[in-house]
Design a protein around this ligand. Structure first.
Ligand code: SAH
Length: 358
């Protein structure tokens, strides 16, 4: 059988690589992705300190353990003092960026978050990524003007029908791709991504997802396996129905597929920042993160959320690092990076693609 092309990939070759399971062939993919990573974004691994600001969410996404429909024992919203203390910790640890992530919490208002962004910029000076879900243009502009550098919003799947089944409208229609485009216009560095193995996700739609990362010239691409969250619609009847509809074409939510997606994303988007995600470290606690870093990834997002809140921010169960302190996560991650012969990036780690365009 002829080998699958590895240069100038077209969509058919992306699909062929996704379906490839021969170890020797896959080694070709891993080596190429690692080589392109080294050549295009270098040896540095960028660390972004993740602060899970609130687990309150008004939207009922069918997969998410902090959605409005998921069972939760306690709702929290960190206050400004707590957020500033976590950001300070990220700075002390040498991380160049903080990521403020939350559900679509109505208590996170435009002015409230703008004030926090300004304080972090003024008092700590780190790069700021926001990941607060679908938000109005008014809020997004306010936060950008306050100093937010980046916004992370995964489009989750490019299959429009599946997208609509798992993302209910709230106010206006749910449209993450449209928000990504508008945020680019506002000058944000934009990050997106998908879940791998969503019920109903087919191999063709997964190939299309990867294709779109390139088409939209995304600055950061985060991908990870879908992990079933108890009490959510995808853990129940809806999940069963969607899986049945994909039949033999259903993508598995496993580490191998996630690693293929990381490697292919690196080949199609050579200068993009790609994290080895927590979901990957959750599905494979011993090797997930290092394998990701060896197959195309160049970013890790260590958690700096106060320990008391971490087990309340359960987008999926068993999330890696839930029961360890920020300090323990930091040491673990740093030693994993150094053991691979990689270096820890100093500074904000802005995407090279973004820097070339601005
Ligand atoms: N409200 C924000 C942050 C959500 S959590 C937003 O919507 O962007 C960040 C990411 O976690 C989501 O984009 C989704 O891709 C991922 N996630 C949520 N539930 C998950 C699950 N059950 N399994 C794996 N990843 C999940």
């Amino acid at each position: 059988m002829p080998q699958i092309p590895i240069e100038n990939l077209d969509k058919d070759s992306v699909l062929a690589w996704l379906l490839e399971n021969d170890e020797a062939e896959l080694n070709r993919l891993w080596q190429k992705a690692d080589g392109v990573r080294h050549q295009c974004v270098g040896n540095d691994v960028w660390l972004r300190g993740l602060i899970e600001v609130s687990n309150n969410c008004a939207r009922s996404c069918a997969y998410c353990g902090i959605s409005a429909v998921a069972p939760r024992s306690k709702i929290y919203l960190m206050d400004k003092t707590e957020i500033m203390a976590s950001a300070k910790k990220a700075q002390e640890y040498g991380y160049g960026t903080v990521v403020l992530q939350a559900g679509e919490d109505p208590n996170i208002t435009g002015p409230w978050m703008a004030d926090i962004v300004r304080c972090i910029k003024r008092e700590i000076g780190l790069a700021i990524t926001l990941s607060l879900g679908e938000r109005s243009d008014e809020e997004l502009k306010m936060w950008r003007e306050a100093g937010a550098d980046r916004y992370l919003l995964r489009f989750e799947t490019s299959d429009e029908k599946l997208y609509r089944q798992i993302h209910p409208d709230l106010g206006g229609p749910s449209n993450r791709i449209a928000q990504l485009e508008r945020m680019r216009g506002m000058g944000y560095e934009i990050g997106t991504g998908i879940m791998i193995g969503l019920p109903g996700q087919t191999w063709e739609s997964l190939a299309n997802d990867i294709w779109l990362f390139r088409k939209y010239g995304i600055d950061m691409v985060g991908v990870g396996p879908f992990l079933e969250s108890p009490g959510t619609p995808l853990a129940g009847e809806l999940g069963k129905k969607l899986r049945a509809s994909a039949g033999n074409n259903q993508v598995p939510s496993d580490d191998l597929t996630a690693l293929k997606v990381i490697a292919l994303t690196r080949l199609l988007c050579p200068d993009t920042n790609i994290p080895a995600t927590t979901a990957l470290a959750t599905i494979d606690p011993t090797g997930g993160r290092t394998h990701g870093l060896q197959r195309g990834a160049n970013v890790v997002m260590p958690n700096v959320t106060p320990t008391e809140y971490r087990n309340l921010y359960q987008t999926y169960p068993g999330k890696a690092g839930t029961h360890e302190s920020a300090d323990v996560s930091r040491h673990k991650i740093e030693s994993q990076i150094l053991s691979l012969g990689r270096t820890i990036g100093q500074g904000p780690g802005t995407s090279l693609k973004y820097l070339q365009q601005h």
